[in-house]
Design a binder for this molecule. Sequence first.
Ligand code: GLC
Length: 457
Amino acid sequence: MKKLLVICAIVLWSALNFLNGQEVPSKEYKSNYEQVMARTAWWRQSRFGMFIHFGAYAVPARGEWVKSNEKLTTEQYQKYIDTFNPIDFDAKVWAKTAKAAGMKYAVLTAKHHDGFCMFDSKLTDYKLSTRFGGRDLVREFLDAFRAEGIKVGLYYSIIDWHHPDYPNVGNHPQRDDKEYAKRTFNWDNYLKYMHGQVEELVKNYGKLDIIWFDYSFDEYSGEKWKAKELVEMVRKYQPDIIMDNRLSTHEGSSSKLRMVSTLGDFETPEQGIPDVPLVDKYGNPIPWETCLTLNGVWGYNEFDHNWKSPELIVHSLVNCVSKNGNLLLNVGPDARGNIPAECVEILNEVGNWLGKNGESIYGSGSSSLAKPDWGRYTQKGNTIYAHWLYPNLGQLNAKGVSGENVKNVTLLKSGAELPYQKTWWGNTETGNFFITASITAEKPVKYDTVVKIELKK
Ligand code: GLC
């Protein structure tokens, strides 16, 4: 009888789910999800990283897509390869800049779409080390950043606009060149080269924390790249490494289909921040990272001085964290190897703010409180961080906080206690929690005034 009841309950539950259109995750999915969440735990705590787009494209100084945008031939592009000589490059200086900015991880382009290798690949001569006194820039980057306690990652373009076996598809510079199209392209040969280079990176450079593949399009996705085999190989050498999701044109564009995939651990919204925390189609939170340029382009651009303000960067970081996401902020060093001075200035400002307010970012995530008019919340356990971001008159209403449950309210920057009350002139609604963070309409802390609300439970 008992058995029958259990069976009936299961049948009824499945039928209800079916009618609701709700699928139940498979065992495999669940187990993969758990692995992804475990692998990405450190990264989801870290919240803020540095993206570095550095390559020979810093010479034309019109962004890393110049070869494609201007449909340059390999011969035309060669002058940039020949003159690229980053004599000022000092990975220690970069690492100090990232550290001062409060960044906890960094990802460098080991090879971008132009195919020119910044690492000493044995599979090609199309690399910086042949003309840079044998120096392996990628190795110097890894050593310097590790020495500062910053986790390290490498970006690798699975697209290659230089390799003779990579066809003139997609945004290839020779996409309209009919003669070029007549060549024979041996795809297997290209795959062997691409897998071989990835193997060099994961095998010869010590522990890598992140590998950032870029990118899939149309049918150039997933198994076209032999992605399963590639991922297996990467994990063989680097069992704990985490991967972005661009080995396939993933399901991520539609929230209905969003899944954690075996081909990647995190989603990569580009140049924008999602409206809501990203979840899979079963409603589970999934790891994500917005990648963002400081001006309008990834690679160095001599004429683009349209820098985002430190305030916008702080606000964007808070925005990401308030939705359980990370921010990977890009710098494009110039052809001599210097991170532009304007970037360093902005990063320092962000770092100063993080120096006092970092606990509201690192290890924090979304809050159950609804977004207030005057800013955003982040939360860590029983502590809510109220980020006062926008102009506001009077007190901050942290609606939904119950006064009885509050242990302490302080200004995070100084630790000073802040007064609070449940009522305020003319306001008769319930659930209010008014905090006095300033006696004028001005925010007392530049960019973002963080109020720390510690709850009893
Ligand atoms: C795009 C671009 C590339 C850039 C990347 C960063 O895929 O092709 O230039 O490196 O985004 O996310």
